[in-house]
Design a binder for this molecule. Structure first.
Ligand code: KMH
Ligand code: ZN
Length: 282
């Protein structure tokens, strides 16, 4: 993985909403389509090239409604140049068939979580059979997966998946370490280093990004940059900018990530370069 330290630019993904925070607790959370598109535009302007999308319904609750997903994909494509990555993870309560149906909205990318993990007091269930079905449908439809890794054994599962079922659409493997979820791996430098060692078993050229939940946001961001990795930031993962200071907007988090990336002499990657890297058809 040391070769990746020579990566000259940084892919920044924004995850603006998530399924966990409540609008009533976090007023700055984008929950309407108009808010999502405005957030996307602002984040693109300050360095994001991928948007990881969870939607909310009219009552601001998480939804996987297909009509809304299609509308969101179309609106983000019309108003931004961002790569649209829909969450297939949804909320912990979402049934498998609803999560599979997300792919019918034909996004550029979708998340693909590599195993079951305790998720705070809940369980984020990802049966092997479900993972295979999701991955196969993405291959068939030309949707590029982002492999979400919540715990180290999930990299072994990814190795198994690729060995048994082949490379993803586009041929490039990109994983995202989601660190610091209570129940998953911690958001620490040793945990990231262990993850990077395990990446050696995956196809050469595999890239990674990392995000740290809550207070692990900054250590994970800095560690990923130092290791030649890419970044995911956003209010899905953290709603506190600094101690006692709520996040004002997703763009504030993206701008901070871009600033660190520039300081590291790895400025934000353009959406065109990100498409090339990830193997997304133009
Ligand atoms: N909301 C979590 C249960 C994903 O988007 O694929 C799952 C999640 C991962 O956020
Ligand atoms: Zn998500």
């Amino acid at each position: 993985w040391q070769d990746r330290a020579v990566m000259t630019t940084t892919l920044i993904t924004v995850a603006p909403t998530g399924a966990e925070s409540r609008k009533s607790d976090v007023p700055a959370l984008p929950v309407t389509l108009a808010e999502l598109v405005a957030t996307g535009k602002e984040c693109e302007a300050v360095g994001a090239s991928v948007i990881h999308v969870h939607l909310r319904d009219d009552d601001t609750n998480p939804t996987l409604d297909l009509g809304r997903l299609k509308e969101a994909v179309a609106a983000l494509r019309a108003e931004t140049n961002l790569i649209v990555q829909l969450s297939s993870g949804g909320a912990v309560t979402d049934p498998e068939e609803d999560r599979l149906r997300v792919l019918d909205a034909e996004p550029d990318m979708a998340s693909c979580t590599m195993g079951t993990v305790n998720f705070g007091d809940d369980v984020f269930l990802n049966r092997w059979g479900f993972v295979v079905e999701l991955h196969t449908r993405m291959q068939e439809r030309g949707i590029v997966p982002e492999y979400e890794i919540f715990d180290l054994g999930q990299l072994t599962s990814l190795h198994r998946l690729l060995g048994k079922h082949g490379l993803p659409s586009g041929g490039h493997v990109h994983v995202d370490f989601v660190m610091g979820v209570p129940g998953g791996m911690p958001g620490t430098v040793p945990a990231l280093a262990a993850g990077l060692q395990a990446l050696a078993d995956l196809p050469s050229g595999t890239t990674f990004s990392a995000t740290g939940i809550g207070r692990s946001t900054l250590p994970v961001l800095l560690a990923s940059l130092a290791a030649g990795g890419h970044l995911r930031v956003g209010m899905e993962d953290t709603v506190t900018y600094a101690k006692g200071q709520p996040v004002e907007s997703n763009a504030q988090l993206v701008a901070r990530a871009s600033g660190f990336a520039r300081l590291a002499q790895r400025p934000p990657m353009s959406a065109a370069d990100a498409r090339e890297l990830l193997g997304i058809k133009h």
